[in-house]
Design a protein around this ligand. Structure first.
Ligand code: GRF
Length: 202
């Protein structure tokens, strides 16, 4: 499957997916990296590894999200993309794109959904006093941070955790989870006992 990764910033999750896809056994090829931000550092990382990149700036379309998404969709179709991975992509998508890519668009979110949808998840987890926190890969629907869950990785919250420290540990799990969840989604094979064990790391 030809996969497009959408980024807005550094793209550390993109890098993890690119690394995983180096394995010839991996069921996906990273065929395109797309960003709404022409200055996204991840674009340079991707082009340095020889992956085609495309910046479709959202600012000219500030008032018309759908016009921006039509440009994106045309580029995806042109590139023969079969699945989209949102990875630190900071634009809300309209039903135009989410409906056209229903079942073929994944996102990674830095919390154990359905807990803490939206932003500032680590601050909120600490404020709530949760003992377990983590990240979720889910299929994208019209409602932000909802949709069928494909995989999760959990970590223990420590008494001395700050949002930064907690976020660092969650991000490390994101880099493990996203490639595993993508492979599971594409393989669509029943998750093996071993796969489940490796995804839960407390
Ligand atoms: C990560 O915390 C991810 O969960 C969220 O965006 C953040 C930045 O990710 N979606 P990346 O380093 O740009 O991949």
């Amino acid at each position: 499957t030809r996969v497009a990764i959408f980024i807005s910033g550094r793209g550390s999750n993109m890098t993890a997916l690119i690394e995983a896809a180096r394995d010839p056994a991996f069921p996906a090829e990273i065929a395109l990296v797309l960003s709404n931000n022409p200055d996204a550092p991840g674009l340079r990382t991707a082009s340095d590894t020889g992956i085609p990149t495309l910046a479709i700036d959202h600012r000219p379309h500030r008032r018309d999200r759908e016009a921006h998404e039509r440009e994106i969709d045309a580029a995806l179709v042109e590139a023969g993309i079969g699945l989209v991975c949102l990875a630190g992509y900071m634009r809300l998508l309209t039903p135009f794109l989410t409906s056209r890519w229903q079942g073929r668009m994944l996102n990674i979110h830095p919390s154990l959904l359905p807990a803490f949808p939206g932003l500032h998840t680590h601050e909120r987890a600490l404020a709530a006093g949760v003992k377990l926190h983590g990240c979720t890969v889910h299929l994208v629907t019209e409602i932000m941070d909802e949709g069928p869950i494909v995989g999760q990785a959990a970590i223990l919250v420590r008494p001395d955790d700050t949002p930064a420290l907690l976020g660092e540990r969650v991000l490390a799990q994101e880099h493990r989870l996203y490639p595993a969840a993508l492979a599971r989604h594409l393989g669509a094979g029943a998750p093996t006992e071993q796969a489940d064990r490796t995804l839960l790391s407390v």
